[in-house]
Design a protein around this ligand. Sequence first.
Ligand code: HEM
Length: 383
Amino acid sequence: MRRADRHPSRRALLDATGAMVAVGLTAGCESHSARPDRRDAPVSATPVPPTGRHQAGVTLPQPAQHNLLAVVADVGADVAVGPLLAELGQAVARLTAGTDARLMGLPPGDLTVTIGVGPRLVRTAGPALPGAADLPRFSRERIAPQARGGDLLIQICASDALVLPVAAAALADRAGDRIRERWRQSGRRGANVPVAEGLSAPRNLLGFVDGIVGPNTTAEQQRDLWLTGPAPVAGGTIAVLRRMELDLTRFATLSVADQEAVVGRHRATGVPLSGGTAASDPDLGAKTPDGRYLIPADAHVRRAHSNVIGVGLMLRRSYSTDEPAPGLLFTSFQNDLRTFTKTLTHMDSSDALLGFTTTTASATFLILPGFDRRRPLGATLFP
Ligand code: HEM
């Protein structure tokens, strides 16, 4: 059963976090002199180690920070990619440790920076590597040329929203004229709703809890999230970013029951329309006494269900948007791009939720394997 054993034990979570903290402390110990005054602590002051087998900002921290800034850039044709990524990795270690003067003394708190490279760059490292394929086009897209694709993703997340543009400017400064920004997107997440032990998810602008189903256990993450090979990409993952405008006005004209039929879950609780708890797998075969599906044929959770499509689980870590329009910066991480493309293809034909969306930016990136002092960011791909 694909979804068995979804929830990691508290001990497993603590062990993983403890090990990463130890690594991170080693990475961030260059200088303590610039550490900000603890009295200035931001909303969450718990640092997230940037180093280890995987980059931070995918599974850690859990729950995800409330604020995001995603910057997508192109890399100049003649730029040496290896040194660029290595320098960015060093800058990330200093920013997250609070030892970078470019932070202007702001406490980084739980700042994470997650860096990915787009298909063009992956192809230069190996045309058959995971991450080398572009995203195809789908329906309901209105994407300006500069908001499609890109060479470099810098995903910055933190509890303190003020830190995001400062960290972005510091990284852009470090890269200099080697990169040219294409588009950027801010996002935020509301309060976390507990959905199972050790797992919570925020509501989106439609009022629904979003981010319940995914590879939440270590075993599921090994199977469906992290790349295990070939060696240059092991420990990385594939990201998909889709900025989706939402027609809030039209969705709000629906009754709550009709909204719930669109999604396939109860709005207040996140419980599937087939019953159980928010953590229960939707029972797609469950019917009313008069033979109608409890989860309608075009409900989002049915059309997007991994077993129906025959794909693995994707980790959705989306943020709601306000500018340039209300919507969602849909973000998924998976170890096979087809998990995303097959799911959206299956939804494209008849997903009731998609009719309320227009996609205005789209890109995929290979999230680089984790790094540390001995293994610079990107070194396995661009030695
Ligand atoms: C603005 C657009 C979208 C909104 C508002 C949205 C919202 C939701 C909500 C509320 C759920 C149910 C709770 C949960 O499991 O998290 C859900 C489930 C899900 N969504 Fe979306 N979603 C959107 C777009 C997408 C896209 C583009 C994809 C992928 C192509 C996707 C894939 C999934 C998957 C795989 C599930 C879990 C389904 C299951 O197995 O129960 N969603 N989404």
